[in-house]
Design a protein around this ligand. Structure first.
Ligand SMILES: *[C@@H]1O[C@H](CO)[C@@H](O)[C@H](O)[C@H]1NC(C)=O
Ligand SMILES: *[C@@H]1O[C@H](CO)[C@@H](O)[C@H](O)[C@H]1NC(C)=O
Length: 514
C-alpha cells in the first residue's frame, strides 16, 4: 500500500523521511494506531451519543475518522506516499478487470499556449484507464454519449488513476449506475514527477483526445440551434457583467473567440463532464480555466467537483499572525499543519515563482484572488459562508452582487515588464499576475457545475467561497450537501452507506440534466 519509491527531493529536510527512521516511524505509528482502536471503541461505546464528534456518526465512522487522521500523520512527517504509480509505465491490460489502459498522445503543438507552455516542463504522452473495460458502442450509438474525464485526488502526491486506487470508487459508481457511458481516468504526473503545469498538460492532452475523437460525425439541425443559443447567451453575459470593464476591441475579440468555440462545439457529438475529487477538483478548475482562456477547444458541458481543493495558498499567509486555521479540525481526518503543507505546495510549483501560488489557476478561491476580482466587500461577504446557509436567498444575494468591479486590479508596471520579458501571453506562468484574459470575470463562461461538500470538512470555507464566486459570475451551481460529512466522502473506505447513496442519487440526477 505504501509506495516503494525512494525519497523525493522535497522530503530532504524531513528527518523521518530518511531510513531507517522512516520505517521505524511508520511501523510505530501503524502499530499504536491499531492498538488504539479497541480503546476508542470502548470509550465511544460508553460516551453518550450526543457527545460524539457528530451525534449522527456511528462507532464505525468515528473510528474511521480517528484512524485515518492518525495514520495520515506519516505522510506529513515521513513523506510516505500512498497508492502511486509511475506515470511513464504502461499497464498490462490482462491485469485489469474493470478498465483498459490506453496511451494518449501528448498535447498537439498548436494547443501548447497559455499556462501549459513551460520550457522546463516537457509535454508527454499520457496514460489513461478507460472505464468500463468492455464498452458497448452500439448501446450509445443512438444517443449523445456522456464521457467523463476523471482526475483523482490525493494532494497531487498520492493515489493514481489505476482501478485499484481508492479514488477509483468514484468512476466505478458512475459507470455502474450508467450515469456516463465512458470515463477516462487520467494518470497525470504527480508532483514527485514534475511540477506545475505538468498535471494540467496531461489533463489537457486527454481532453483534447476525447474532443478530437468525437468530431467526426456530421452536423445535425439540433446541434446548430444549440450553438446559436450559446452565442446569444454569451452575448447577454457580455452586456451585463462585463460591460463596464471591456473595451470595444476586447468585445470584438471575445465575439471571435465565442464564434470559434461555438463552431467547434457544434461539431462535437458527445457531452464531456470533468470530474475531480479533492486535488483532482483543483485540477478540473485549472483545466476548465485553460480551455476558457485559450478559447480554441469547445468547453466541457459540466464540472463535477467533489470536495475540491481550491485554495492551496492557504498555507502561505501574508504574515504568520494572519494565518487562520481551516475549520472542523475535530471532525475531519485531514491534517492541516502549515509547514509540511507549504513544503508540499512549494514542490508542486517547482521552478515557478512563489507568486504563482496566487494565480487563479492554482488558488482560484483564495481571499486574495477574490479581492482582486470582486473587491473587498464581496470577498468579506463570502468569507464565512457555510453550506448550511446556502439557500435560495443566499444564492439570489450573490447573483445580484454585481456592484463590485468584474475585472482584477491592473498589473503593476513591474509585473507587466516581467511578462513582456517572457513570451508575452497574458496567461503564461512567466507572468503570474492575477491576470484576466479577454477582460472576463473569474468564472464567466464556466460550464454548469455540481459541488459535493461535507459540513464537517476542513475545506468547507474555501469551497463555499468558490461556490459564492461562481454564483456571482452567473455559473449554474448545484451544491450537494453531505450532512456531517468529512472530506471526499465518496472515496472513504468506511462511511454510512445511506448517506453516500443519497449523495450519489443527487449527483447522478444532476449528470442527467447536463
Ligand atoms: C488495452 O486495450 C485497449 C482496448 O482494447 C487497447 O486500445 C489498448 O491499446 C491496450 N493497451 C495496451 C497497452 O496494449
Ligand atoms: C478522536 O479524534 C478527536 C479529534 O482529534 C480527538 O479529540 C479524540 O480524542 C479522538 N478520540 C480518542 C478516543 O482518542
Amino acid at each position: 500500500m505504501v509506495s516503494a519509491r525512494p525519497q523525493y527531493h522535497y522530503q530532504q529536510h524531513m528527518p523521518f523521511a530518511r531510513q531507517p527512521l522512516k520505517t521505524i516511524y511508520v511501523i510505530q505509528r501503524m502499530a499504536t494506531t491499531l492498538l488504539l482502536v479497541p480503546l476508542w471503541v470502548l470509550y465511544y461505546s460508553f460516551l453518550p451519543q450526543s457527545k460524539r464528534p457528530r451525534p449522527s456518526w456511528s462507532l464505525k465512522q468515528i473510528i474511521a475518522v480517528n484512524f485515518t487522521r492518525r495514520i495520515y500523520k506519516v505522510t506529513e512527517l515521513a513523506g510516505v506516499t500512498w497508492n502511486t504509480r509511475n506515470p511513464d509505465e504502461a499497464c498490462d491490460n490482462r491485469t485489469l478487470k474493470e478498465t483498459s489502459f490506453e496511451w494518449v498522445d501528448s498535447l498537439p503543438e498548436d494547443l501548447r499556449t497559455g499556462i501549459v507552455a513551460d520550457k522546463q516542463v516537457p509535454f508527454k504522452r499520457v496514460g489513461a484507464f478507460v472505464w468500463p473495460k468492455e464498452s458497448s458502442e452500439d448501446a450509445d450509438a443512438a444517443d449523445v454519449p456522456t464521457i467523463g474525464v476523471f482526475l483523482h485526488g490525493g494532494g497531487y502526491s498520492h493515489m493514481s488513476a489505476h482501478e485499484n486506487s481508492p479514488t477509483s470508487k468514484i468512476p466505478r459508481q458512475l459507470i455502474k449506475d450508467k450515469a456516463m457511458s465512458k470515463i477516462y481516468a487520467v494518470e497525470y504526473r504527480l508532483l514527485q514527477y514534475a511540477p506545475f503545469p505538468a498535471a494540467v498538460q496531461d489533463a489537457a492532452a486527454v481532453y483534447t483526445h476525447i474532443i478530437r475523437q468525437h468530431q467526426c460525425r456530421s452536423l445535425t439541425a439540433s446541434t446548430n440551434s444549440n450553438s446559436d443559443s450559446l452565442i446569444k447567451h454569451n452575448e447577454a453575459d457580455l452586456l451585463t457583467a462585463n460591460r463596464k470593464s471591456q473595451t470595444a476591441q476586447e468585445r470584438r475579440e471575445n465575439e471571435d473567440v465565442r464564434q470559434r468555440v461555438a463552431h467547434a462545439a457544434q461539431r462535437t457529438q458527445c457531452k464531456v463532464i470533468l470530474i475531480g475529487d479533492s486535488a483532482g477538483g483543483n485540477l478540473v478548475l485549472a483545466l476548465a480555466r485553460w480551455i476558457r482562456d485559450e478559447g480554441v477547444l469547445p468547453p466541457p458541458d459540466g464540472l463535477l467537483l467533489l470536495s475540491p481543493s481550491c485554495d492551496p495558498s492557504h498555507a502561505f499567509p501574508e504574515t504568520p499572525s494572519s494565518y487562520v486555521p481551516r475549520p472542523h479540525a475535530s471532525t475531519d481526518y485531514l491534517l492541516d499543519t502549515p509547514e509540511p503543507r507549504a513544503l508540499l505546495q512549494r514542490t508542486f510549483l517547482g521552478h515557478n515563482p512563489l507568486e504563482t501560488m496566487h494565480s487563479p489557476y492554482v488558488s482560484p478561491a483564495s481571499a486574495r484572488v477574490l479581492r482582486a476580482y470582486y473587491g473587498d466587500a464581496f470577498a468579506a461577504s463570502v468569507q464565512d459562508l457555510t453550506i448550511r446557509q446556502m439557500d435560495t436567498l443566499a444564492r439570489e444575494r450573490l447573483r445580484t452582487m454585481v456592484s463590485a468591479p468584474a475585472t482584477p486590479v491592473p498589473p503593476t508596471p513591474t509585473e507587466i515588464e516581467a511578462c513582456e520579458g517572457a513570451d508575452g501571453s497574458p496567461t503564461s506562468l512567466a507572468c503570474p499576475v492575477i491576470a484576466s484574459p479577454r477582460g472576463l470575470s473569474l468564472f464567466s463562461e464556466f460550464p454548469q457545475t455540481c459541488v459535493v461538500l461535507g459540513d464537517a470538512e476542513r475545506l468547507e470555507r474555501e469551497v463555499m467561497r468558490l461556490v459564492g464566486a461562481m454564483e456571482r459570475d452567473g455559473v449554474e451551481v448545484r451544491t450537494v450537501w453531505v450532512e456531517d460529512g468529512v472530506h471526499d466522502v465518496l472515496m472513504m473506505g468506511w462511511w454510512d452507506e445511506r448517506v453516500r447513496a443519497k449523495v450519489w442519487r443527487e449527483v447522478e440526477e444532476w449528470v442527467r440534466t447536463v
